[in-house]
Design a protein around this ligand. Sequence first.
Ligand code: S3P
Length: 164
Amino acid sequence: MIVFVGLPGSGKSSVGKVIARRLDMPWVDSDHEIERELGCTIREYFEAKGEHAFRDQEEAALDTLTQRVDTVLSTGGGAVLRSVNRQRLRDRGTVIYLRSSPEALFRRLRHDTKRPLLQVADPLKRLRALYAERDPLYRECAHFVIDTHGSSLSMLVNRIMMQL
Ligand code: S3P
């Protein structure tokens, strides 16, 4: 199993999809699986039940999904928050952290309305705080860190293929 972790907007889904195609493996996105099971969007679930309830759903989904073999898994940005998730991801897969600066993420996500954690007055400030909190957690969980700065999608894919 190959697992992508990183902040929202770092390319976990777009890169994961292409890597899966290259390796001829199925691709799965934990947020999509959670939405399918819940029957609503993550944003709706967050608003109705709060973040803690979402993290419980996420922990259960990651536990199930990481038991698949020969699969590429793109996780949600908060997948590394719980130590049990970090341990499971690392033990069961090859974990790749797509690192981007908060400023670059902000440029990509400025107009995003899907991500509940970014629906705040100052999303750049929020991204800086998320980066400060999570960068060490992504590093703890990951086997490889790939800096996305200045690389196109195809360049990133080639760099990752060389590491695998
Ligand atoms: C979250 C990131 C989202 C989604 C949820 C929470 C986070 O996934 O899981 O909104 O805590 O960073 P993406 O990283 O795909 O945006």
